[in-house]
Design a protein around this ligand. Structure first.
Ligand code: UD1
Length: 421
């Protein structure tokens, strides 16, 4: 199994280019199912999760020509509507095929994703909304079996919790439904906006894009045509992670191809910690803090502070000059990185969904274990400043979502090597 060996203490410098957003690319790939013609996608991140979803499409009968950052997908040849456990258990986001398969083919079977390291992550809201649109849903043998032989019908959906994946599934389902679907309390994440924009560019009337109320005029079963290539937006979480790398190593680094608006919450928190920034049209340079100040943050939905940046900020807070408090509001178990950071010498206490981070003078290298995608990057960040060598094991989590992490960090001057054991 691969692991990363990191020798801490190097200053970083230089510039890197941010890849396309994994969390935007996943629903965009799923949305190609809404069409029976060729769709071209560009700026895809070269990460395992994208390859997994593309493999799933292949199993459904799609024709896919995927080369690193581009894919040409033709879903005219789909001959199966069953998303099997072997794929869905590898990646929960496979549930995103549920809405588009059901709305285009009137039936599908998608494995239930099961548990996850960061929390229960149920899909009840996705299912309830599809039922409101007329689907008949049954859970049997670990699979969601959904049917709507006469097509889905537009409905008023009120999400009692904001859900990114739920909003995406219902936007896709609504695109080919009969009549208008209104989603109240929709997610406003940039990844949801990209999906809505893609579907709207294909001729579907969508009102309220980027707001909490979306109204989607379905085509009544007519598949969509995506004439222009869809370019995936920059990854705001990857960008935020490299800003944290600059902050923790006290280095000046520049990120190209970023959308500053999407990373504003991370910029604000790093400014409050004493860092400063210079920005160009689509690039940003972090100037490190002379004295890194503590931070208090609460994770919440966009445009608030993202849960996907919580672990990385905790790593930075570990070596700041005072006590920080981090409250996790979205996922009940998203603190798996705490005990691993403590193994590197951090002093973090947990009470309920709040972590109190008492600053330490230094961290020391150790063997640590990655537990989920973002927890893994927090361990890498801490290792960059730990004395001596840190081994980060189980990095298949990192490979799911970070495009060439060790290549990008090495090019900035970090001593980081991928090894096998
Ligand atoms: C997406 C992101 C993930 C991010 C999360 C929150 C992708 C592929 N993943 O995950 O990186 O951390 O948004 O920003 O885009 N919930 C329910 N019932 C449901 C659906 C969700 O109770 O049917 C709960 C979840 O358990 C969680 C909260 O709602 O507590 C938000 O989850 P959701 O926004 O759906 O996250 P994902 O779409 O799975």
């Amino acid at each position: 199994m691969d692991y990363l060996e990191i020798v801490g203490g190097n200053k970083l410098s230089g510039e890197i280019t941010i890849s396309g957003a994994k969390n935007a690319a996943l629903p965009v790939v799923a949305a190609t199912i809404l069409s029976d013609k060729e769709v071209k996608l560009t700026n895809l991140p070269n990460v395992v999760d994208i390859r997994t979803l593309i493999k799933l499409l292949g199993m459904l009968g799609s024709e896919v020509d995927h080369k690193e950052t581009t894919a040409v997908i033709n879903n005219g040849s789909i001959n199966s509507t069953k998303a099997v456990y072997e794929i869905v258990s590898q990646m929960r986001a496979s549930i995103l095929v549920l809405g588009p398969l059901l709305t285009r083919f009137g039936e599908c079977e998608v494995s239930l994703p099961g548990g996850c390291a960061i929390g229960q992550r149920p899909i009840d809201l996705h299912l309830k909304a599809l039922e409101a649109m007329g689907a008949h849903i049954e859970i049997k043998g670990g699979y969601v079996r959904a049917e709507a032989p006469d097509g889905l019908k537009g409905a008023k959906i009120v999400f009692d919790k904001i859900t990114v994946g739920g909003t995406e599934n219902i936007v896709m389902a609504a695109a080919l439904a009969h009549g208008t679907t209104t989603i109240i309390n929709a997610a406003r994440e940039p990844e949801v906006v990209q999906l809505c924009q893609m579907i709207s560019d294909a001729g579907v009337q969508i009102d309220g894009i980027g707001t909490g109320i979306l109204s989607i005029e379905g085509t009544g079963g007519e598949p969509l045509t995506f004439d222009s290539p869809v370019e995936i937006i920059p990854d705001r979480i990857e960008a935020g992670t490299y800003l944290c790398a600059g902050a923790i190593t006290k280095s000046e680094i520049t990120l190209n191809k970023v959308n500053q608006e999407h990373i504003q919450a991370s910029i604000d928190k790093l400014e409050s910690m004493g860092c400063s920034f210079t920005m160009d049209a689509d690039s940003i340079t972090i100037h490190p803090a002379e004295k890194l100040l503590p931070v208090n943050l609460i994770t919440t939905e966009y445009p608030g502070f993202p849960t996907d940046m919580q672990a990385q900020f905790m790593a930075v807070a570990v070596i700041s000059s005072g006590e920080s408090l981090i409250e996790e509001r979205l996922f009940e178990n998203r603190f798996m990185h705490v005990s691993e950071l403590n193994r590197l010498g951090a002093n973090i206490w947990l009470k309920g969904n709040t972590a109190a981070i008492h600053p330490v003078e230094e961290l020391n290298g150790a063997v640590v274990m990655a537990t989920d995608l973002r927890a893994s990057s927090a361990l890498v960040l801490a290792a960059l400043v730990a004395n001596g060598t840190t081994k980060v094991r189980r990095i298949y989590h990192l490979d799911r979502g970070y495009d060439d992490l060790e290549g990008k960090l090495s090019s900035l001057g970090a001593d980081i090597t991928r090894k096998s054991e």
